[in-house]
Design a protein around this ligand. Structure first.
Ligand code: LLP
Length: 424
């Protein structure tokens, strides 16, 4: 469920007409609903608690939406943060998320990032390889600290989803095998600079089938039991990202309740603290990208191109993953649906949001919204073609705030410096 709906023939975000935001802030613009973010977080938390999971840490995957106001909205409800860079740690801290609820993941942490994370006092560093374990150990020792680490395991399950975002197969770059995890965990327990506190996994994103998760989680449980049988202490089990979301009339993904029940069954009798790193299931349907139709290019050969003021630099998912985003006119016009190709102004064919999409009739100047753009939308945006980053707006009831303004062209140019030999 989300809080974007037609009221009086006009698309609203909560109590604010999106056309009002477009008029006042300009387009393209990302708009997020606080009520939807809050609802998705609380539904997941309540489902995990109802399934009897003790004190779960829900660390929102900051990569999905790194806007500080979004993070603060979730942090106030008790969310932690799953981060993959120093920048994301800084964002989580800036949002008021306490370091003890921050989990630092990622395959390529630099020495400086590890030092920063330890200085900040993050709860856990998810170690993805043997060299990284040695790096964390050395950095922590140099600082006179002992880093709490989890070993990230690659559970080697096929989970479907797009090839570019599947992570749980042995051929992917993430994590270590079960056998290696056992060896590393035992080694880590003898290192002065680290203390192994748990194991972690993540099998991929946009997964809408519980079976591969169940299989992976049961393997993780087996690992916890083997480690404990060797006399090692394992306090935390991090089960990675969340469920997929429906981007259109796909079969509904499993409910958070079904997900939580599946975990409770797989983990029955295991006394451990669970951690989760959901991004998409919390943020995707809490955000839209609003764009204006610059013109309708009706080709004699029969194709109708809707040329928008938004482009692949604003919302990369269709170009990168052939992702489908529902497109809704702000004020749907009467009439038979028309088949459109929806494109942006960037100079490459890949700047196509969709082809052959039947939509209500649309005219130049109309506003449209890309639905489900709250996760991996603004976070993946760039300035390609020297286009300004789209601003971000957070709605709460009848109010809204511009939580990241559109930069100016001066802002863009002022970041650069002349080379001395080019100034003479
Ligand atoms: N934890 C780890 C270690 C991850 O790698 C990811 C996502 C997550 C958690 C969050 O997964 P989620 O709950 O959002 O499914 N840009 C792509 C998605 C890339 C996901 C990468 N890792 C997209 O737009 O679909």
């Amino acid at each position: 469920m989300n809080h974007f709906e037609l009221r009086g023939g006009e698309l609203h975000c909560e109590d604010v007409p999106l056309a009002r935001i477009a008029a006042e802030v300009g387009t393209p613009v990302y708009v997020y609903s606080s009520a939807t973010l809050e609802r998705h977080y609380t539904v997941l938390r309540d489902a995990l608690l109802a399934a009897g999971l003790r004190d779960p840490l829900i660390a929102f995957a900051v990569k999905a939406n790194s806007n500080v106001a979004v993070l603060r909205t979730l942090g106030r409800l008790g969310a932690g943060a799953d981060v993959v860079s120093e920048g994301e740690i800084r964002r989580a801290l800036a949002a008021g998320i306490p370091a003890e609820r921050i989990v630092f993941s990622g395959v390529g942490k630099t020495e400086a990032e590890v030092a920063f994370a330890l200085e900040a006092g993050v709860a856990e560093i998810n170690v993805e390889s043997e060299p990284e374990l040695h790096l964390v150990n050395a950095v922590a020792q140099g600082m006179g600290k002992r880093a709490e680490v989890a070993i990230r395991v690659n559970p080697d399950v096929e989970a479907g989803g797009h090839a570019k975002i599947s992570t749980g197969k042995a051929e992917n770059k993430f994590g270590v095998s079960f056998a290696e995890a056992e060896r590393l965990y035992a080694n880590a327990s003898n290192m002065a600079g680290v203390r192994p506190v748990g194991v972690a996994c993540h099998i991929g994103s946009q997964i809408s089938d519980l079976a591969p998760m169940d299989a992976a989680f049961r393997k993780m449980r087996g690992l916890v039991e083997r480690l404990r049988a060797e006399g090692l202490s394992v306090e935390r089990l991090d089960l990675g990202g969340g469920l997929g979301v429906p981007y259109f009339n796909q079969p509904e993904p499993p409910s958070p309740e079904a997900y939580a029940q599946m975990i409770a069954r797989a983990m029955e009798g295991l006394d451990i603290q669970f951690a989760f790193e959901p991004g998409r299931m919390i943020a995707a349907n809490a955000g839209v990208l609003v764009a204006q139709v610059l013109h309708v290019n009706r080709r004699p050969e029969g194709r109708n191109f809707l040329v928008l003021d938004a482009a692949m630099n604003d919302l990369l998912r269709p170009a990168m993953y052939d992702a489908y985003h529902d497109i809704r006119p702000m004020k749907p016009r009467e009439g038979e649906p028309v088949v459109y190709d929806v494109v942006g102004p960037v100079c490459e064919t890949g700047d196509t949001f969709t082809r052959d999409r039947a939509l209500p009739p649309i005219e130049g100047g109309d506003l449209i919204a890309f639905m489900s753009a709250g996760a991996y939308g603004a976070a993946m945006a760039s300035e390609y073609n020297s286009r300004l980053l789209a601003p971000e707006v957070l709605v709460r009831g009848a109010e809204y705030a511009v939580v990241r303004p559109r930069p100016t062209y001066d802002d863009m140019l002022e970041r650069e410096r002349p080379a001395p030999w080019l100034t003479a």
